[in-house]
Design a protein around this ligand. Structure first.
Ligand SMILES: Cc1cc2nc3c(=O)[nH]c(=O)nc-3n(C[C@H](O)[C@H](O)[C@H](O)COP(=O)(O)O)c2cc1C
Length: 200
């Protein structure tokens, strides 16, 4: 029998989920044991052909701070033509975003166009890893946000993170505790986005 109170409690958490402002994500984040559980849940995604067309890179602690500084310096050296002010602001934003949350998980898509299942489905599976991780973090009581941006698309930045040129960043999932003040955004109109198919 369906326990309606239980269902309501579980769904309410997801009905309120919204992304955290990246720079406002702080401690606490998951401890080591809980993080492993969240990562295992993240990988529990539909995967056509069991190809495992993804992998995860965890950034935390001192290594995370170093990555954030190196990415910011790289942004400056990779964009010599940009206006100084704008470039410094962008570099600061990159550094701040990577330094803020207690833990960031890089979801790497390693879809193979030659594999026995369509590349599109492999990419979708990596997206599912991102969302599973965000959902698991939400249910565990944390806040998070899924970002890409310059470090996801710049080959030198990918290199800093140990991501090969034939791999792609599906998302940086930053997890921690956000600000209570964070506002929601207007949500899609269900009746516009959803139709019920009718037999003609
Ligand atoms: C693949 C992907 C990449 C994204 N990259 C960024 C990003 O780089 N910067 C950003 O501000 N939002 C980005 N977003 C949007 C946020 O993750 C988020 O959806 C948005 O802030 C709205 O928040 P919500 O999760 O509360 O709907 C991205 C979303 C997706 C699906």
């Amino acid at each position: 029998m369906v326990d309606e109170a239980q269902v309501d409690k579980r769904l309410k958490r997801l009905e309120r989920r919204r992304s955290a402002a990246p720079l406002e994500l702080g401690a606490p984040g998951p401890d080591a044991a809980l993080l492993r559980r969240l990562l295992a849940i993240a990988l529990r995604v539909p995967d056509h052909g069991k190809l495992e067309p993804w992998r995860l890179i965890v950034l935390e602690g001192a290594a995370k701070r170093e990555a954030s500084e190196r990415l910011a310096r790289l942004y400056v050296s990779e964009n010599p033509e940009e206006d100084d002010d704008r470039r410094d602001k962008q570099a600061e934003k990159i550094a701040g975003t990577f330094a803020a949350a207690p833990v960031t998980i890089v979801v790497v898509s390693r879809a193979d166009p030659q594999a026995r299942k369509p590349e599109w489905e492999q990419i979708l599976s990596a997206g599912a890893v991102c969302m599973n991780l965000l959902t698991a973090a939400t249910l565990a009581g944390f806040d998070g946000v899924w970002l890409t941006g310059w470090p996801a698309y710049n080959e030198a930045a990918k290199g800093v993170l140990g991501i090969a040129t034939d791999e792609r960043v599906a998302g940086f999932i930053h997890i921690g505790t956000g600000s209570e003040k964070q506002k929601d955004r207007p949500r899609p109109d269900l009746d516009e986005a959803v139709t019920w198919w009718q037999a003609s």
